[in-house]
Design a protein around this ligand. Structure first.
Ligand SMILES: Cc1cc2nc3c(=O)[nH]c(=O)nc-3n(C[C@H](O)[C@H](O)[C@H](O)COP(=O)(O)OP(=O)(O)OC[C@H]3O[C@@H](n4cnc5c(N)ncnc54)[C@H](O)[C@@H]3O)c2cc1C
Length: 626
């Protein structure tokens, strides 16, 4: 039956979805002064975590810190709702230190909904958007299932795993969003009319069980960090751990149950068509792919303080329910576990991100933006940073300001968006530290130094927070200078200990900085031979230690970045005959001939022109052939 449509008002920007992408997009637009209307299928699912109740982790911690430095919300909300903090990869170098926090899922939703409701210029609505309105390839409005028609100048699609969502459990599949929420029906067809390519991706989640039915006797306890570092640079109060996780393992019996039932797995029976994330495999996938392993780790994670629901990290599955129960009850501690929510897989529509510019604006429809899982990524953090970038760009365009584009050398956000919009992705894209060429300078600890100035210029970071950051790094510089100039107080035992630990003699009058450069010597240990040291905050001394210890490596990486930036400025003659350059790939020749880029930098941002093609152009310009 045709629903009667009615004019429900005009706004500057519509944000479709209030998951992790939509929240950051809506807040950025409203905080930049744009009248923003934001939709979600269910207001009680704002900021929902349909998968692990955790924020951060390897490389994801970097994204949260970069977003926080730019003025995003996730880091602050995470600190308000975190029940256990752990800095991962402490045994490795600071480039891969990554913060991970166990989050109280219900509290996080409430915190984010309240923040949205209190934000000026922002209007949130529980409604499903079923159609995008455009005229002459330009966004003009959106329509909801109830016929409400909103006039807007830009729309940001952040529909997550809901778009034509379908749940798969064994032989069963049915239309649904995650966590029993309605799917999004109709918008896909409207998007397809704009010419955008929609693909089918898939992801999965493990069962949730009741704590009182778990036997914790033989499970390993995993406690949080003693010395907690918060997610947000604005968090000053001391944080504490309020919960623990536990560790158990699958075993050969679990694996045999899975092997005996692979024929009923929709992954292997072909019932699942969508492409799943390589780096978040289901347990059945792991048993098949790593057949030599006789056990897989399972983290038993609390989902909040006021619930007995536990999340089994590493046990994602889409096996039939009865098989899931057999698998679970074969695991140590889970013999009598009561399942409150079964594991499942979900398939959903998402766009080909190569159809978006690095601003995340559509190349086909002006004023249309995409962010989050809709762009082919996977993960709360990946979604949040895209939401922020799309929101800022939608606002900047309407405010007549320059596009906001972060480059690979600026950090993980720039790397993520460049990977998606330039190379595209054939599976849900998860951020990893190995994706960045500049890990040592783009660490999670110095995201404020790298990006807070940008956030301040956008008007999304307060003067107070910004000046605190400047003061912090002024203290860092001052302390490094002091260590370079100050000789260590002679202490025979200490000097001997350093010689034994690091080899090589320690001479009287050795500078403190030279001692700190020695592997294994920490800033804290130097206190023994540094009587006049000032009392400095932890985040300052951490920066000092990294800057002194990794000085050489950081310098080389900076030189690499400077070279890339310098080369990016290299001019390309307007009459360059790209089609005759046989060493360029055909796609690149065609794209370059069509775009006629003015500089190498411009050429590197043309989708389909690979880093290898750029090397060819650099060679050409070097040899003066161009
Ligand atoms: C079962 C499952 C397993 C997952 N497993 C993993 C994993 O292992 N690792 C990992 O990194 N990530 C995983 N994720 C992904 C993670 O949840 C997402 O990456 C993240 O939530 C994406 O954020 P988002 O903002 O893009 O979308 P979501 O958080 O999904 O939010 C989408 C929002 O859009 C709204 N919406 C959708 N359509 C409409 C419409 N037409 N009109 C109005 N509102 C609409 C919804 O109501 C919701 O508010 C999983 C997700 C699910 C569902």
């Amino acid at each position: 039956m045709q629903i009667t449509r009615y004019q429900a008002g005009t706004y500057d920007i519509a944000v479709i979805g209030l998951g992790h992408a939509g929240i950051e997009a809506a807040l950025a637009c409203a905080r930049m002064g744009l009248r923003t209307i934001a939709f979600t299928i269910n207001l009680d699912s704002v900021g929902n975590m349909p998968c692990n109740p955790a924020i951060g982790g390897t490389a994801k911690g970097h994204l949260v810190r970069e977003l926080d430095a730019l003025g995003g919300e996730m880091g602050k909300a995470a600190d308000d709702c975190c029940i256990e903090y752990r800095m991962l990869n402490r045994g490795k170098g600071p480039a891969v230190y990554s913060l991970r926090g166990q989050i109280d899922r219900v509290k996080y939703r409430e915190r984010m909904k309240a923040t949205l409701e209190k934000t000026k210029n922002l209007y949130i609505v529980q409604a499903e958007v079923v159609e995008l309105l455009t005229e002459e390839e330009k966004v003009t409005g959106v329509v909801t299932r109830t016929g409400a028609t909103y006039g807007v100048k830009a729309a940001i699609i952040c529909t997550g795993t809901y778009l034509e969502g379908s749940i798969i459990i064994g032989e069963l599949s049915y239309e649904s969003g995650p966590d029993g929420l309605f799917p999004s029906k109709g918008l896909s067809a409207s998007l397809a009319k704009t010419g955008h390519t929609l693909r089918r991706f898939k992801t999965g989640t493990p069962p949730r069980i009741n704590r009182s039915t778990v036997d914790f006797t033989n499970l390993e306890v995993q406690t949080g960090d003693e010395d907690i570092e918060p997610f947000s640079f604005s968090t000053k109060e001391k944080k504490e751990n309020l919960a623990v996780c536990h560790l158990t393992y699958t075993n050969p019996t679990t694996h045999q149950i899975i092997r005996d039932n692979l024929h009923r797995s929709p992954l292997f029976s072909g019932n699942i068509k969508g492409i799943g994330p390589r780096y978040c495999p289901s347990i059945e996938d792991k048993v098949v792919r790593f057949a030599d392993k006789d056990r897989h780790q399972l983290f038993v994670e609390p989902m909040g303080l006021d619930t007995d629901e536990l999340y089994i990290q590493g046990f994602s599955s889409s096996m039939p329910e009865e098989v899931q129960l057999q698998m679970l009850h074969s695991v140590e501690g889970m013999e009598h576990a009561h399942v409150q929510r079964s594991a499942y897989a979900i398939e959903y529509d998402c766009v080909d991100p190569r159809e978006l510019y690095p601003t995340l604006e559509s190349k086909l429809i002006s004023g249309l933006y995409g962010a989050g899982q809709f762009n082919g990524s996977s993960g709360y953090e990946e979604a949040a940073v895209q939401g922020f970038v799309a929101g800022v760009n939608a606002a900047n365009k309407l405010l007549g300001r320059e596009p906001f584009v972060l480059m690979r050398e600026d950090g993980y956000i720039g790397t993520l968006i460049d990977d998606l919009t330039d190379k595209g992705t054939n599976e849900p894209y998860r951020m990893m530290t190995s994706r960045s060429e500049y890990r040592l300078i783009n660490r999670q600890d110095n995201a404020d130094q790298r990006l807070m100035g940008v956030g301040h210029d956008l008007g999304l970071v307060s003067d107070e927070t910004y000046s605190e950051m400047l003061q912090k790094y002024a203290l860092v510089e001052e302390e490094i200078l002091r260590l370079e100039k100050t000789g260590a107080r002679f202490d025979e035992d200490f000097f001997k200990a350093v010689e034994e630990k690091t080899g090589g003699n320690v001479h009287k009058g050795v500078k403190l900085a030279d001692l700190l450069r020695r592997p294994g010597v920490t800033y804290d240990e130097l206190a023994a031979v540094d009587p006049d040291r000032p009392t400095l905050p932890r985040d300052v001394t951490q920066e000092v230690e990294i800057a002194v210890k990794y000085e050489g490596y950081i310098k080389r990486e900076r030189e690499k970045v400077d070279k890339v930036k310098r080369l990016a400025k290299r001019i390309l003659p307007a009459d360059l005959d790209y089609m005759s350059m046989a060493t360029l790939r055909l796609e690149a020749r065609q794209k370059l001939a069509a775009a006629k880029p003015k500089t190498i930098g411009e050429a590197s941002r043309i989708s389909g022109v690979s880093p290898a093609d750029i090397s060819v152009l650099l060679l050409y310009t070097e040899q003066g052939k161009a």
